[in-house]
Design a protein around this ligand. Structure first.
Ligand SMILES: NC(=O)c1ccc[n+]([C@@H]2O[C@H](COP(=O)([O-])OP(=O)(O)OC[C@H]3O[C@@H](n4cnc5c(N)ncnc54)[C@H](OP(=O)(O)O)[C@@H]3O)[C@@H](O)[C@H]2O)c1
Length: 265
């Protein structure tokens, strides 16, 4: 494999790159010749990924420890990247997680932390990295979810955060038309990753007894959608049909159907 001179190289920042879809997206970028900046909290996991990416694809990999759900976490990450003199050609806002259970029993602290990560960090990083993306005619990939298309009983706050990501991403994609920046809202359905364990989804009808697609498979499809500049991309025919059908179903009914699909069993 030949390595491009430094001046021609492209760099992508991927948040939540220590596992699951973010890790798999890091592979896709590196395979395509991008240098990558990996950001999350699990430093050891990212260091081992960095070694793998460097030895497989001969790209430069920078690992940054970032907690994006604390105050100032996203701003600090951006400042760190700028202090290293990095100019970004792509930003992937992937870090995120879900909470599961009846809202009345939920931990308010946990819900608010998740909102900070899933929404605030996305807005902050998008805004701060946009000058680079405009200068490089770069790419923005925001990871939403099929959860974005309807309310989600038992995952009420999570689904609302993903609706936010989808709406925000579509709106700025429209604003950025003709700037050369390509914007994609990536909306996977249930995918095998660390997500299920973190959300304690083990007894949800959503995943119990189901064979989920791998993060690698889903990330590959998302990467391709970003490459072709697709504004909203839902991997998987069934996921796509479900998301589209929500547009024609009375909202009350759609919410009840989702309640059955997600509920603990
Ligand atoms: N898996 C699914 O079924 C599914 C479906 C649709 C959408 N999604 C979305 O896909 C994205 C990736 O999730 P995943 O499925 O790949 O789950 P995952 O394997 O649990 O990965 C989540 C990533 O987010 C990072 N993260 C969590 N809290 C963070 C924090 N405070 N600061 C910085 N990074 C943090 C984690 O790294 P550290 O713990 O090391 O910080 C990890 O790298 C999320 O936005 C999720 O909502 C997932």
């Amino acid at each position: 494999m030949t390595t491009l001179p430094t001046t021609l190289r492209k760099t992508a920042l991927i948040t939540g790159a220590s596992s699951g879809i973010g890790k798999a997206l890091a592979f896709e970028f590196a395979k395509d010749g991008y240098d990558v900046v990996l950001a999350a909290r699990s430093i050891e996991k990212m260091k081992s990924l960095a070694n793998e990416l460097h030895s497989h694809f001969k790209v430069n990999v920078i690992v940054i420890s970032a907690d994006l759900e604390i105050n100032g976490g996203a701003t600090t990450l951006h400042a760190d990247i700028k202090a290293r003199g990095i100019r970004l050609n792509a930003l992937v806002n992937n870090a995120g997680y879900g909470t599961f259970g009846e809202f009345k029993n939920s931990s308010l602290t946990a819900e608010l932390s998740m909102m900070k990560l899933n929404m605030e960090a996305v807005v902050v990083l998008t805004r701060l990295c946009l000058p680079d993306l405009l200068a490089t005619k770069g790419k923005l990939l925001n990871v939403a979810s099929t959860a974005a298309f309807q309310p989600g009983p038992y995952m009420a706050v999570y689904c609302a955060t993903k609706s936010f990501v989808l709406s925000f991403t579509e709106a700025i994609a429209c604003e950025l038309e003709d700037t050369g920046v390509e914007v994609t809202a990536f909306c996977p359905g249930p995918t095998a990753s660390g997500f299920q364990e973190k959300a304690e989804l083990g007894n949800s009808a959503l995943i119990k007894g189901k064979k989920l697609p791998t993060s690698e498979y889903v990330a590959k499809l998302g990467y391709r959608a970003m490459q072709r500049g697709q504004r909203v991309y839902i991997p998987g025919f069934i996921n796509w049909v479900m998301a589209q059908s929500m547009r024609f179903t009375p909202r009350n009914l759609a919410t009840k159907v989702v309640k059955i699909m997600i509920k603990p069993i």
